[in-house]
Design a protein around this ligand. Sequence first.
Ligand code: SAH
Length: 241
Amino acid sequence: MSDMKVSILIFSIFIFIVIYSCERDTKKGLVISFESKRNDMVNKQIEGREVTDSATLNSMRKVERHLFVPKDQVNFAYEDRPLPIGYGQTISQPYIVGYMTELIKLEKSYKVLEIGTGSGYQAAVLAEIVDSVFTIEIIPELRSSAKERLEQLGYINVKVKIGDGYYGIEENAPFDAIIVTAASEYIPPPLLEQLKDGGRMIIPIGSPFMVQMLMLVEKKGNEITTENMLPVRFVPFRRSD
Ligand code: SAH
């Protein structure tokens, strides 16, 4: 090989190494910046507003929220607000996710039902804490993308079902806790039935497109107690026709 060719080869290898390491550093930099944004989010928006349950806080520090939003929303993933996820639906504000998760007092051995999979973010936050999560979504496209995302991220303890969550999931009931992430006018009776004795449910109750009340429901034998916790605004609970 001529000297000229050897020089061109060495130069090309040099350029390749420079481009490769720049790209790697950029990716590393992005990951670090998402991590610090995520920690900031938990410190200020969640812990800073008096969510104290360490399992909830640890889970939200771990789950990479930016992987659950559409590409054009990635830069806003750690902001203090809900974000659009397509089909007129939203991923809830981080604080609301933390607040609801804390209120149902999760234990490791729990089997939890979520109504309204959406992006799959709330399901992932639950799955970091408990043994088993069932989540149900009424919009087929959202169900497919959330299922794929959760599988890719290795959440083998989450089952993503399609259907009208009004009916819960009879074949997997009873559940230790139920979390409803769409606003309903009333508590769907099948969900109350599928809640274990001693179990807790958190559900936004009220009219669609208005302010609703986040309601904590507890089942003790035949007695159902409810407590209004916080005014919230959720997307409507839809019904299959
Ligand atoms: N928990 C989600 C956000 C929920 S947005 C997240 O972490 O991203 C509310 C979701 O509830 C929407 O995706 C909507 O399609 C779904 N939904 C509304 N009514 C439903 C019903 N009856 N059964 C199942 N899912 C429902």
